[in-house]
Structure formats: C-alpha cells, structure tokens
Design a protein around this ligand. Structure first.
Ligand code: UD1
Length: 434
C-alpha cells in the first residue's frame, strides 16, 4: 500500500443514528479499549523520527481515523490492523494541517510542536471555538515562542518557524493537556535543557512522556508537574502500547450503576479512575477492584451526589455529562459544576426532551432525579454529550432515537456492540439526517 493511504476510510464516512430501547439492566463483562486521548498524543510522535511505529491497543474510532488521515496528508503511511496502528513516517512531504482536518478535530494542533521541532516549519490552521465554548491555544503558542520559534497568524493559520528550538524554562499558566503534549514534543528535540512547570498530570501526558523516552528522549519528572528535558539530536521509531481509556471506562461504570446492573470492566487502570470510583461509592455503588478489572453493582436508586470537575486527578470534565445522566436516577438533587469548560451543558435540553428535570446555571447544572423518562428523538452535540444520551436511552421507557452519533464515534469504539453484549438494545441505523 502507498504511503499516506488510510484504510480506515469508509467506516466513519457514514451518517448514523441510534435507536435505543429501554429500560434495560446491564450485566456482564466489557473490555475497555485503548484511550482515544492517549492515541491522539502518541500518534504525532511519528513526526519526530523517521521510521515505522507500531501503536498497540489503538482504539478504532473516528478521531484516530481523522488523525491518520491528517498524518497521511503529510506523507505518513497509516494502517490499522486490528488494534495495532502502523505509522511509517519515512517520507514526510508536507508540514501543514489544513482547516478541513483541524475543524473536525482540535487535537490536529498536536502536529505543530513536532513539525517545528524537527523540520523547523509548520502551518497549522487555528482551531477556533467548539461546541462547549471557547478553547484557546495561547499556551501552545507561548510555549513554542519561549522555545525560540517565531509564530505569526496569517489567514487563519499558525505559521511557526525556527532554525532549531532552544531549551528554556516555561510555566503553563493553566493546567492544559494539549499544551503540555505539544510543548513536550517540541522540547525533546530542542538544543539544551528545558524545564516545564505546571505540566498537566493527566495519564495521557505521562503516557506520551514514557513513549518519548523509549524513542530516546531524556525526560525527568514524568508523572509530576515539573518535567526537565535534555534535548537530543535525534529520536527513533518504536512500538508502544496505549493505556486503557479511563473515560470509556467511566462511561460504562456509570451506565452499569444507572441501570442497577452488574458489570465487570476488563483491561482498565483503576488508579486512573479514583475520583470517579469514589463518587460512585458515595452514590451507593458497590465497587470491587481486582488487578486491571473493576466490578460495579448497584441495587438501589443512587444518592444524589454533587461533582465539580478539575484537572487530573480530579473528577474529569469528560465524564460530567455522564454523571448528570446518572443523577437523573437519584432521589434528590445533585449539582454538576464544570470548572474547565463552564458552558459544557449542551446535553441538558436533550435530556429534558426525555423528561429530565435539569436546570442550567452559571458553570453548573442541577439535576433533580427520580423523574420518569420516556423515549424521544434527541440530538448529539458533542462526544461525551452523546454518551449521556445513550445512557439516558438505556433507562427511558420506549424508543430513544439519537441523531448525529458521529460525535459518539469520535471517541468510542463500537459502543453499541459493547453495550448490546451486556444487555442493551441499541440499533445503528444509517440516515441522511444531520
Ligand atoms: C483535553 C482533552 C479533552 C478534555 C480536556 C480537559 C484531548 C485530545 N482532549 O483537551 O477531551 O476535555 O483535555 O481534560 O486530550 N486552555 C487555555 N489556553 C490554552 C489551552 C487550554 O486557556 O492554550 C484552557 C482551556 O480553555 C480549558 C483548560 O485550559 O479551560 C484545559 O484545557 P486543555 O487541558 O488544554 O484541554 P484540551 O487539551 O484541549
């Protein structure tokens, strides 16, 4: 096959909807996939060294497909065999991430750091806003400038140039996963010593740092907020395993609890889920952790429990919509506050269509549980919002039609198949409707 061809093509070019029949009770075992957000951080490392990379446990979802196509447009050969993603970066032909890719997936900006570090140039479309509010990339740009890159914005594109990046001290004003990923990838090839402070602690950042070390990078302080990097002249292609998806796991835990089910998740890292597990226990779930598996059982309606999102190891913003769905079953009112994306409540009007009693306030929503939910047609507005709608469909009486499941397909591999195997009744139906 030719370099750049992406065989993941057809699967994600369809426009599907889900028809979910409820109520159901989930019972059985589910294997959790590799972490979407870790894959997106590991994939651009192929721009840092020529050669053939193998990323095992890569989830087969739409974002991985989109990123593969972006890398393909730069000359990388990408092929997913089962869950092993092969990336051959021997022949890079372009240093550009066009708007068409970036508008589909903000993480496309992850090519910026590696391109400017290795090739001294990059042209990457500015991402713009997203469905849950403004998402600036100022820290990505500031960090690169601090490493010596010249940055200009022309025609909606970030143009970055550098002869060779130079080691520096850089403090991230805000804990940012994306900026940490980008700057770390740039710093490993910079000349000299770099100290990064307030680095994001998310497991996906740690996973990236470990892979970079395997490639030959010199990094101290992995897993802490201060990383020290001694730049090297070159790196090598490697094989790396992708960590389990903590957000997919959290979604299943919450779906299990919501349906008063009995689910065992396999191939998870329970340490990455501590905040979620603790909240679930506060709500009354029984949780049993053994090695890399977690069993959740729930027999009563949950207690109403508030959550406030925070950077890792706090409760993840990517699981707050699912918590709101879970709290629809509670006896009492729970407040869900999002400190990271204060307007990330686009799912609320859709849950209301199913009969939920939820009010949105500043930076939060309040869910009054215990209302009867009835199936209706609802629309996905973003990836995790879609997951909350599927969860609601599992407990609502009758048919729930969920439109625009392409949002869901961005971050979940075969969600409906995994849920159907443990008792859900979800049909995927191709549709022309957006
Ligand atoms: C990543 C995740 C996303 C998750 C988010 C927060 C990926 C591909 N995406 O997104 O699923 O919801 O972390 O856990 O891993 N910020 C700035 N300036 C910047 C960068 C960020 O102000 O230059 C702000 C953001 O607006 C936000 C906060 O910092 O309020 C955290 O964002 P960040 O961690 O960067 O999120 P992403 O990396 O975009």
């Amino acid at each position: 096959m030719k370099a750049g061809r992406c065989p993941l093509r057809c699967k994600f070019e369809r426009m599907d909807k889900f028809i979910v029949e409820g109520p159901v009770r989930l019972q059985g075992r589910i294997t959790v996939s590799g972490a979407k957000n870790a894959s997106l951080a590991l994939m651009p490392t192929c721009l840092l060294a020529p050669g053939v990379f193998h990323l095992t446990n890569t989830p087969n979802n739409r974002d991985v497909w989109t990123f593969s196509r972006l890398l393909g447009s730069m000359g990388v050969f990408a092929e997913l065999n089962g869950n092993t993603l092969l990336l051959d970066s021997s022949n890079i032909t372009s240093y550009e991430a066009p708007y068409d890719h970036v508008k589909k997936m903000r993480a496309s900006i992850y090519v910026l750091g590696p391109l400017v570090a290795r090739y001294g140039q990059a042209r990457v479309s500015l991402p713009g806003g997203c469905n849950f509010g403004p998402r600036p990339v100022d820290l990505h740009l500031k960090g690169l400038e601090k490493l010596g890159a010249s940055i200009t914005i022309e025609g909606g594109y970030i143009i970055a140039k550098a002869d060779r990046l130079k080691g520096t001290h850089f403090h991230f004003d805000i804990s940012s996963v994306g900026a940490s990923v980008n700057i770390l990838m740039a710093a490993v090839l910079a000349k000299g010593h770099t100290v990064l402070t307030n680095v994001a602690l998310e497991p996906e950042v740690t996973a990236l740092a470990r892979m970079l070390v395997k490639m030959g990078a010199k990094i101290d302080g992995i897993g802490t907020t201060t990383m020290e990097i001694q730049g090297v002249d070159e790196l090598k292609a490697v094989t790396e395993d992708t960590i389990p998806d903590r957000i997919e796991a959290a979604t299943f835990l919450l779906a299990g609890a919501m349906t008063k089910g009995d689910l065992t998740l396999e191939h998870v890292n329970p340490y990455h889920l501590t905040a979620v597990i603790q909240k679930l226990e506060d709500a009354g779930a029984d949780i049993d952790v053994t090695g890399d598996s977690i069993r959740i059982t729930m027999s009563e309606a949950p207690q109403a429990v508030d959550i406030t999102t925070a950077p890792y190891p706090g409760y993840p913003t990517d699981s707050q919509a699912q918590w709101a769905a879970f709290m629809m079953m509670a006896q009492g009112a729970a407040t869900i506050k999002d400190t990271i994306y204060p307007t990330r409540f686009g799912y609320v009007p859709e849950l209301q269509r199913l009969g939920a009693d939820i009010e949105v306030g500043e930076m939060h929503c309040t869910v009054k549980g215990g209302k009867q939910l009835t199936g209706a047609t609802v629309m996905s507005s973003d990836l995790r919002a879609s997951a909350s709608l599927v969860m609601a469909g599992l407990v609502a009486h009758g048919h729930t039609e969920i439109l625009r499941v392409y949002h869901l397909d961005r971050g979940y591999e075969s969600l409906e198949k995994k849920l159907n195997a443990v008792g859900a009744r979800i049909r995927r139906v191709p549709t022309e409707e957006y």
